[in-house]
Design a protein around this ligand. Structure first.
Ligand code: C5P
Length: 296
């Protein structure tokens, strides 16, 4: 058995996100194009005789069962060793860099990395598909992180179709230091659009068959959830305009926000644009590569 496993869990951005309808289970059916970017949390898994222990750098995150890393580890341990007496343990160290409640999928990425890390540490031999099925019970974005770096997702987010990477280059990420609740954003969007549990006007399958090409998406990226989050935080609209004015392409809010991103062709151009936003109070700024290979 391997003694330690290290995984770098990347952030994601949504280049496209369209919400179709509210479902019976309270979730929303959507279609999204997701792309991993090179801003990472780091997870180290060390074999222990028993138990699941988490050490982490971010004091604002819970260290108990409500932490997605612990939930992922427990779910895998329970499934793989239904007879608890024989189950191996792990000590996990999580170093956070991806901001929390930011629309960058950090928690989901950590959960996916935990499933993959423990699959290796405990030599379980589970397939990606099996890990993704378990991952979907932990969070809608978890399966994507098992099939990155680029994929279309649909349904609640759990139906993943790998895509070739959409573009090379770099993104500037801007986070105004506000935490946004994904659940609250979806609820507000439902109210705003009058989404019902009825059949959507356009079916998801028809949409997927006629979905825009990556090139078209880069020309006019789209995110339904901007309607809610930008409405609540108008300073984000000004930041988007400024990103555009500084040469950013595909300027958009990621997921339920509030993080904004913009693509730049070269590292130098991204760095130059990022520098203009640095030192502005609580605004956080990163330059990250658009990943061509998944580190998970
Ligand atoms: O699946 P996850 O726990 O990441 O989702 C967080 C919340 O976002 C859900 O509880 C739900 O309110 C909302 N959501 C949704 N439709 C989705 C994904 C998330 O309504 N497709």
């Amino acid at each position: 058995m391997k003694k330690t496993v290290l995984i770098e869990a990347p952030a994601k951005v949504n280049l496209y996100l369209k919400v179709f309808r509210k479902r019976e289970d309270g979730y929303h059916d959507l279609v999204s194009l997701m792309q991993m970017v090179g801003l990472y949390d780091s997870l180290t898994f060390r074999a222990e005789r028993s138990g699941i222990r988490l050490e982490q750098t971010d004091p604002s995150l819970p260290s108990d069962r409500s932490n997605l890393v612990i939930r992922a580890a427990e779910a895998l341990q329970k499934s793989a060793f239904p007879d608890g007496a024989t189950s191996p343990g792990v000590a996990i160290k999580l170093v956070k860099q991806i901001p929390i409640a930011a629309g960058l999928g950090g928690g989901s990425s950590d959960a996916a990395a935990t499933l993959v890390g423990l699959n290796r540490l405990w030599s379980l031999g589970w397939s990606r598909r099996r890990l993704a099925e378990l991952g979907a019970t932990l969070g809608s974005d978890v399966p994507f992180f098992l099939y990155g770096p680029t994929a279309w997702v649909s349904g609640r987010g759990e139906a993943v179709e790998k895509s070739s990477p959409v573009a090379e280059g770099w993104v500037v990420l801007l986070n105004p230091g506000i935490a946004v609740s994904t659940a609250a954003v979806y609820q507000a969007l439902s109210r705003k659009l009058g989404l019902t549990k009825n059949k959507p006007k356009i079916s998801i399958n028809r949409f997927l068959a006629q979905r825009p090409s990556a090139t078209k998406i880069f020309r006019s990226p789209y995110n339904d959830l901007e309607k809610v989050t930008l409405g609540a935080h108008p300073e984000l609209i000004r930041l988007k305009q400024e990103l555009q004015a500084r040469g950013g392409e595909a300027v958009l809010m990621s997921g339920s926000g509030p993080t904004l991103f913009a693509r730049f062709e070269s590292y130098a151009a991204a760095k130059q644009a990022a520098a203009a936003f640095e030192g502005r109070g609580s605004l956080r700024v990163w330059v990250a590569r658009i990943l061509k290979r998944s580190p998970i």
